[in-house]
Design a protein around this ligand. Sequence first.
Ligand code: GAR
Length: 208
Amino acid sequence: MLKIGALVSGGGTNLEAIINSTENGSVPNAKVVTVISSKEGTYALERAKKHNINGVCIKKTDFSDFDQYMQAMIDHLESFEVDLVVLAGFMTVIGEKFLEKYKDRIINIHPSLIPSFCGNGFYGIKVHEAALEKGVKVTGATVHFVNEETDGGPIILQKVVYIEENDTAQSLQQRVMEEAEWKIFPEAIKLISEGKIEVVGNKVRRKN
Ligand code: GAR
């Protein structure tokens, strides 16, 4: 059983999609064992509670330095023997210490087709605003392993979403979630839980 620790900062719809997939049998070999929120009172924590999953808030401002903050998260995840860390709308950059500890065991969902509209400053609704501003005709979502480069780690899965003539950033954000994020995030976890992928250099390779 792959034990997942989910890091969240907001609404937690991706967290919900992951929990549902593990509970309804579509991702049978994985289980969310703890949820860490970077803010107090997020709806993501409420969702964890509803599913009887441990949920805590560990926030940067409670620590005098960044390393201590990272260590507190590592200690918490270790106490739950977490195998895979899932960033489900987590809006804080992960530090070196954490990356080393969970090398090739941290995955993130990003609401665009990386390498478009990603990197520092591209998060949440801003990503969709930038896509509409550029006038691209397709966008989508990407699940990738996390390394020291923001949104630059090996890509696991991507899914395309077509932009419609009357899209607003809000309507596009919702469709990207429904048509792409909530599908490929659980799918990626399934692949990992079944040992079907591996990181080779800066790419993800399917094992046969
Ligand atoms: C999602 O759209 C996710 O892709 C995005 O934040 C949203 C979180 O929603 N993540 C990023 O932009 C990370 N760079 P959720 O809390 O409802 O899952």
